[in-house]
Design a protein around this ligand. Structure first.
Ligand code: HEC
Length: 95
C-alpha cells in the first residue's frame, strides 16, 4: 500500500527520495540535511509527532500532499501510520 500510494513522493525508504521528491525538495524538503515534515527517516520530526497527528495529516492532506479521506479504510490507515514509524526506528545491534 505504502509503496503504491506514498513512495512516489516519500520514497520507498521513507527518506523523501521518491520519483516526485525533487519537486518537493526544491520547495520544502532539505535532502542535504535529510529533514522536514514528511521525511520519515528524520527522527527529530518523527519524535514530535504522535500517531493521531500523522493520521490527520493523511486524512486531511498536508501542504503539498493530497487528502486521503474516504480513499483508505481505517485498517489501511492504521497500517500506514505504523509502517511510517519503522523508517526511523532501528533495532540496536545485538552485542
Ligand atoms: C504528492 C506527493 C505526496 C504523496 C503522494 C503523499 N505524500 Fe505525504 N506528504 C507530502 C509532503 C510534501 C508532506 C509535507 C507537507 C508539508 O509540510 O507541507 C507530506 C506529509 C505527510 C505526513 C505528515 C508528516 C509530518 O511530519 O507531520 C504524513 C503522515 C504523510 N505525508 C503520509 C503519507 C502517506 C501515508 C501517503 C500515502 C497514502 C502519502 N503521505 C502520500 C507529499 C506526499
Amino acid at each position: 500500500m505504502y509503496n503504491q500510494q506514498c513512495a512516489v513522493c516519500h520514497g520507498a525508504g521513507g527518506n523523501g527520495k521518491g520519483p516526485r521528491g525533487p519537486e518537493i525538495a526544491g520547495r520544502l524538503w532539505s535532502w542535504a540535511r535529510s529533514e522536514g515534515p514528511g521525511i520519515f527517516t528524520d527522527p527529530n520530526y518523527m519524535v514530535q509527532r504522535n500517531p493521531s497527528e500523522l493520521t490527520n495529516a493523511i486524512l486531511d492532506g498536508y501542504g503539498m500532499m493530497p487528502s486521503y479521506r474516504g480513499k483508505l479504510t481505517t485498517e489501511q490507515m492504521n497500517g500506514l501510520v505504523d509502517y511510517i514509524y519503522t523508517f526511523f526506528y532501528k533495532h540496536p545491534p545485538i552485542q
